[in-house]
Design a protein around this ligand. Structure first.
Ligand code: AMP
Ligand code: MG
Length: 320
């Protein structure tokens, strides 16, 4: 059931409660409607990918309440702070190395060592983020491949029954997506042109924005800087070989593993949202426990299974 409510202090408080419990809330920003979840919870973020029907995990922008919150999440160089002070709240997204103590979960970052942050310039969005007191991960509130929504009615057409609540704050004004600037390389880089013009950013920086060095940054699922396990993965395994660990789904491989073998089950009950929420943590745990060969169970290619399999295939590909 999707609650459709006009945005006021009561419905925003209710929406924050839904987010705190791991639910999904669509809300207006100055660009387009966002599909929000608690950015610190892999479970909640997995539901975003599921609701959108995305075939891969692309990294999401975490929306924060203020610059202090942004500094807790990312290592922001002076130049990034300058941009934040000049353009936040507003349609500028800053990408920077994730801070060691940051709270944005790895699934929201799609396994990247960087995090994307912004403060939206919309009273409803800001009130919601402040009420939650945590970063809110939010891509556009449409099904994958559909047009970004600028009214609550557009959101409802796409996501009714797939989100817990839609906060109606009227038509959004910018319509254009945020400009994305990265501070992960030697020079600040324009990852995506958007609602804040390049010239304005360069004026504040007193420097030119570089073009992304690798086109693959624009398709974040492809970049080699995504977390890749050291272990060699063998996909679609029906048994666990000698010396292999198991990355299971639905309990089948675990039952076949030798006693004492490392066996992690992405979802013993066969739930793809649960499997997505556990994926990055389990890949890391296999490395931490020293697994060098891993038998990976068959994951059905429906719903979030497509994105999980995409990620596993990349992780299994020979390293160059
Ligand atoms: P949007 O589609 O407006 O929600 O913006 C999401 C886009 O932000 C992604 O497709 C990436 O291009 C970019 N992005 C988000 N997080 C990161 C990150 N950690 N590193 C690099 N780019 C990112
Ligand atoms: Mg979109």
């Amino acid at each position: 059931m999707t609650i459709l409510a006009s945005a006021d202090s009561g419905s925003i408080a209710r929406a924050a409660e839904i987010l705190r419990e791991g639910g999904l809330v669509a809300f207006p920003t100055e660009t387009v409607y966002g599909l929000g979840a608690d950015a610190t919870s892999a479970w909640a973020v997995a539901r975003i990918y599921d609701a959108k029907g995305r075939p891969s995990f692309n990294p999401l922008i975490a929306h924060v309440a203020n610059i202090a919150a942004a500094r807790r999440e990312a290592e922001l160089p002076e130049a990034a702070i300058k941009l934040a002070e000049a353009f936040w709240p507003g349609p500028l997204t800053i990408v920077a190395p994730a801070a060691p103590g940051g709270s944005v979960c790895e699934l929201a970052r799609a396994g990247l060592p960087s995090v994307a942050l912004r403060i939206p310039d919309h009273p409803v969005a800001r009130a919601l983020i402040e009420a939650l007191g945590r970063p809110v991960a939010a891509p556009s509130a449409n099904r994958s491949g559909h047009v970004s929504p600028v009214t609550a009615a557009h959101v409802a057409e796409d996501l009714s029954g797939r989100v817990d609540m839609i906060l109606d704050g009227g038509r959004t004004t910018a319509g254009l997506e945020s400009t994305i600037v990265s501070f992960c390389d030697a020079e600040p880089t324009l990852l995506r042109p958007g609602a804040v013009a390049r010239e304005k950013i360069e004026k504040v920086l007193g420097a030119r924005l570089a073009a992304p060095e690798r086109a693959e940054i624009m398709a974040p699922g492809m970049t080699a800087s995504h977390y890749a396990p050291n272990a060699r993965l063998r996909l679609e395994a029906h048994e666990v070989g000698a010396g292999e660990a198991a990355l299971d789904f639905g309990g089948r491989l675990t039952a076949l593993a030798a006693p004492g073998a490392i066996a992690l089950d992405l979802s013993p009950k066969g739930d793809l949202v649960e499997a997505a929420a556990n994926l990055f943590a389990y890949l890391r745990e296999l490395d931490a426990r020293g697994a060098d060969k891993v038998a990976v169970a068959h994951i059905p290619e429906r719903g979030l299974g497509e994105a999980i399999n995409d990620r596993l295939r990349r992780a299994a590909a020979p390293k160059v």
